[in-house]
Design a protein around this ligand. Sequence first.
Ligand SMILES: [Zn+2]
Ligand SMILES: [Zn+2]
Length: 254
Amino acid sequence: MRLTVLGSGTSVPHPRRSSSAHWLEEAGGTLLLDCSGPAVHRMAEEGCDWANLDAVWVSHFHLDHVGGLAPFLFGTKYAPQTQKREKPLRVYGPRGLEKLLRRFDQANDYGLFEQPFPLEVREVSPRTEFEVFDGLGAETFSTPHTSESLAVRLTERGGASLVYTSDTGYTEALAGFARETDLFLMECSFFRSKPVETHLELEDAMRLARLARPRRVMLAHLYPEWDGVDIPAEARKLWDGETIEARDGLRLEV
Ligand SMILES: [Zn+2]
Ligand SMILES: [Zn+2]
């Protein structure tokens, strides 16, 4: 699997970190992990084959994770690159996803569900296993962030695995879900003294790393307070494994 960080930041406008989105390429297809507003153009900027994107994963309904989905579908409806496309685009996410999309759509009769190709919205529950596309399995986990929020564990057939927490508060059970994964892609909104329980700070993230024992950790969803902090060095004080700071444009073989 090959990961490209499209957005390593949050909802707060930032000159170098756009909001949450990651591009995953695997032998069987491509998957967009969350679709923030900027993700629509970040895909093109990074040379990602957005017109042939196979699937989207929506972790929860905050706009820094789903705000680009309706604009993306507005794009694929009319873009020259997608007019001859035949294969379906599958959008996976928590229960309520279809209702949310229908509401975006009906806000102005955009016709987002009438695409040149089949659009399939698939709602998944916590602790559910499904196949994203041939060769890539997924399992979900309910996280303490919003009522619908889900983490996902992605496993290549006979290959690597990646756990994407998206936004989450601390729960030890998340470490069990992520046990010995190849890449533990965690949110780490805050450095220390987090103002809310529904996000992680570094101590939380590294405690999860110590418990889950992943091959590598990547920290994303970084608020501007991280600017100027040497993230891998701070992480190493709390966990002796490899921690990578997500940066927009970073590419990684998982
Ligand atoms: Zn959120
Ligand atoms: Zn967020």
